[in-house]
Design a protein around this ligand. Structure first.
Ligand SMILES: Nc1ncnc2c1ncn2[C@@H]1O[C@H](COP(=O)(O)OP(=O)(O)OP(=O)(O)O)[C@@H](O)[C@H]1O
Length: 251
């Protein structure tokens, strides 16, 4: 469903010169799987997800999403993905239902089907009590539910979540994680970036640890714990980053 091979993205930064935000990254994500990208600030997670969602073009390498090459068939890729970050916008002057309808229409969903789909989503995400509330009157939790609803309104097979719980309180974050897990159980192919170890432990079927644009290792949480003989994923993470920093300082 997602196949990334040797993906590299370089930016030209006025102060720092050329910056390789993503370096020869490769991984695969299957339907019914949540693949985590775990990395500190500036690791390259957002750049990688922006390439997958066709906002940025790769400098080299290849990424296939739902069978389409992101550089050659961006429109087909966009029809097959839903993208959500922590600051996915909510319009103040629209109600929850109007917002989800608006995005459904942008995706060209035929009206009758759209209404059925929205009823279905509002039931599953338990949003019926907020359907007529305006964006300006919503709590953060309500806004996040609307963001998830608009991300999945066209029922895409691939979902991309870029730190979706950033800045949320524990209750709202938990509801978001539950919604993501339910989408996985419904067979979606999900990529999920985070710097929160607990989210990886609870949610991700496999995880790639990323630092300075490079994937340092990939596996299930248990595989990584066993491979590095550490008590938990946090310790694996710090060990890998320490080794990588050491390696970079020698080159
Ligand atoms: N448009 C740009 N121009 C120049 N450098 C950029 C640009 N976008 C990102 N970078 C650099 O690329 C690197 C990776 O950034 P990216 O935003 O992908 O990291 P991240 O893992 O998502 O971190 P964060 O959690 O802070 O968002 C950083 O060094 C960043 O400064």
């Amino acid at each position: 469903m997602i196949l990334v091979q040797d993906l590299t993205k370089e930016f030209t930064d006025l102060k720092r010169g050329p910056v390789a935000a993503v370096k020869n990254v490769s991984f695969e994500v299957k339907p019914g799987e949540i693949f985590g990208l775990l990395g500190p600030n500036g690791a390259g997670k957002t750049t990688c997800l922006r390439i997958l969602s066709t906002v940025l073009k790769p400098t080299s390498g290849q990424a296939l999403v739902a069978g389409y090459d992101v550089a050659r068939f961006p429109e087909s890729v966009r029809a097959n993905i839903g993208f959500m970050s922590c600051n996915t916008g909510i319009y103040d002057r629209m109600t929850a239902r109007e917002m989800v309808e608006y995005y459904g229409r942008l995706y060209g969903i035929e009206e009758e089907r759209l209404q059925v789909r929205i009823d279905e989503i509002f039931d599953t995400l338990q949003m019926n009590e907020i359907r007529d509330i305006l964006g300006s009157k919503m709590s953060t939790g309500m806004k996040q539910k609307v963001s998830i609803a608009r991300t999945i309104v066209h029922d895409p097979p691939v979902l991309i979540f870029d730190e979706p719980t950033s800045g949320l309180d524990v209750l709202v974050a938990r509801a978001v994680l539950e919604a993501v897990a339910n989408l996985r159980d419904a067979g979606k192919c999900i990529i999920f970036s985070t710097h929160i170890m607990r989210e990886v432990e609870k949610l991700c079927d496999r995880v790639a640890i990323i630092h300075k644009g490079e994937i340092l290792d990939t596996g299930t949480v248990q595989e990584l714990i066993d491979e590095y003989n550490r008590p938990d994923i946090e310790e694996v993470f710090f060990e890998l980053i320490r080794e990588h920093k050491e390696k970079l300082s020698l080159t």
